[in-house]
Write a protein that binds this ligand. Sequence first.
Ligand code: NDP
Length: 314
Amino acid sequence: MSDQPEHIQCLILGSGPAGYTAAIYAARAGLKPVIYQGLQPGGQLTTTTEVENYPGYPKGTQGPEMMEDFKAQAERFATEVRWGMATKVDLTGPLHKVVIDDQTTVQTHALIIATGASAKWLGLESEQKFNGFGVSACAVCDGFFFKGQDVAIVGAGDTAAEEATYLAKLCRKVYMIVRRSEMRASKAMQERVLKTANIEILWNSETKEITGDKGVTGARILNLKTGQERNLVITGFFVAIGHQPNTGIFKDWLTLDETGYIKTVPGTSKTGRPGVFAVGDAQDKVYRQAVTAAGSGCMGALDAERYLAEKGIH
Ligand code: NDP
């Protein structure tokens, strides 16, 4: 770490809805925030197409465009948006140090972590090819586009079970592709899935390929027990095999839960380490929506502002 790191009054890591909302509030409070955009500028929404469930856009909008709007609004209030990704931190405090791209060190009294989470994918080439064209990792975001159609969802945890029942309300038929002969989801969620008439569970099954032309038209599924393949005719393919919070660099400094999400004091963005706040998907494995992330970004900025005011730091 260099001798004289740049001092930033309020430093925000991550540029999804949580990070930009934190920036808008922090900037309007005069905290001169600096955002480092991270590996995926704009966050997970930049990988989606239509966004129809974000309030204030009655006709819907495109994910990447919406994030440009978030950015423009943050910049309007003198947020400085920079390229770069935090690669190391020293949160001994009260001045927290953050290394950017293994090169530059900056320091701050108020750090807002909005590094988000990344959906896990199966790793198929066809999954990448149709991402945004029938393949999605968010049923709540994209299920609506498959109203009355047949879709498939992979996974057997609480998310997959919840999303399968969500899709079943919209779609004609939902194939749930489960790799083992049992589900990981809670008993209550499993029962809900099993009781839903238009969900068909394909046990011991693995996706070999998602097929299609401009969009998804089918999937090739292998039964691992019988060795038989089945071709599903579907227009939507949802992946719900878990998320990975982008919190690795904080693990030695903050309390993370068993799956890596940052623990915060309930009802706040406080991490338990003075001057360090966590917002958005980096600390939320349950809701994970743009609007909840934005709301929590606002909480982070307000908590940071109060912290700096109480400490008399300007
Ligand atoms: P989980 O890690 O709990 O489950 C992931 C599922 O995906 C598992 O069933 C796993 O199979 C399957 N899977 C993983 N990799 C593959 C693969 N390559 N191919 C096929 N299947 C695969 O993730 P969730 O997102 O479901 O849940 C995360 C956490 O959030 C959990 O603690 C959950 O309880 C919680 N949660 C709670 C909710 C609620 O309370 N309402 C709602 C949503 C989540 P396998 O079982 O064989 O390992």
